[in-house]
Design a binder for this molecule. Structure first.
Ligand SMILES: [Zn+2]
Length: 191
């Protein structure tokens, strides 16, 4: 034990300080936010301390990169001890995950494969703003497709209103079709 540690352990003031310090951390730990995930092992709420700024603990996605780092591997910092070993381990893990994924994809039914491909297309890494824009575009494309598949507007009471409604509907369809074209074009660029 170092001299400093001995001092803390052998004087009453030191012991008191250590006791208060431990108490402080216990209180902080108890009042800290808890993981909201459901533990597979028990089927109940996990309850471990949540990671900083997160609602989940390190076992339930608290370490998963988000924002601009979302879906991107996290590399060890070059100046950390054993950086090279860590990097090799990371590369091995990534290769292992890729092999596992390949196996899973190979065993998929055509319908599953189609769903998987759609998921992959919708889950590409990139900056948060770019991803949000792409998400918005996909949502618009779905809404547009839904609108285009809807039956024509119901018959109105007077022929004039009916004609106006017809024109309005036509204009909306044209705008929707245009938006769909734009979304497809953008997807061609970014996809
Ligand atoms: Zn948890």
């Amino acid at each position: 034990m170092t001299k400093r540690r001995l001092f803390w352990a052998q004087t009453s003031a030191g012991r008191e300080h250590a006791r208060r310090n431990a108490q402080h951390w216990q209180i902080r730990r108890r009042s800290a936010p808890r993981c909201k995930a459901t533990a597979k092992s028990t089927g109940e709420r996990c309850g471990h301390p949540a990671m900083n700024d997160r609602e989940v603990c390190c076992w339930h996605g608290g370490l998963t990169p988000r924002g601009d780092h979302w879906l991107r591997p996290r590399w060890p910092k070059a100046d950390t001890p054993r950086a090279e070993a860590k990097l090799n381990r990371k590369l091995q893990d990534l290769a292992k995950a890729a092999r596992k994924r390949e196996k899973r994809v190979a065993a998929m039914s055509p319908a599953e494969l189609e769903r998987y491909k759609a998921w992959r297309a919708a889950h590409q890494p990139g900056s948060k703003s770019k991803r949000t824009a792409a998400q918005e575009q996909r949502r618009n494309a779905i809404a547009t497709a839904e609108f285009l598949s809807r039956p024509a507007a119901p018959v109105a009471t007077s022929p004039e209103i009916a004609e106006l409604n017809r024109l309005l509907d036509e204009a909306k369809r044209r705008a929707a079709a245009l938006e769909l074209e734009i979304a497809k074009f953008d997807q061609g660029i970014f996809g």
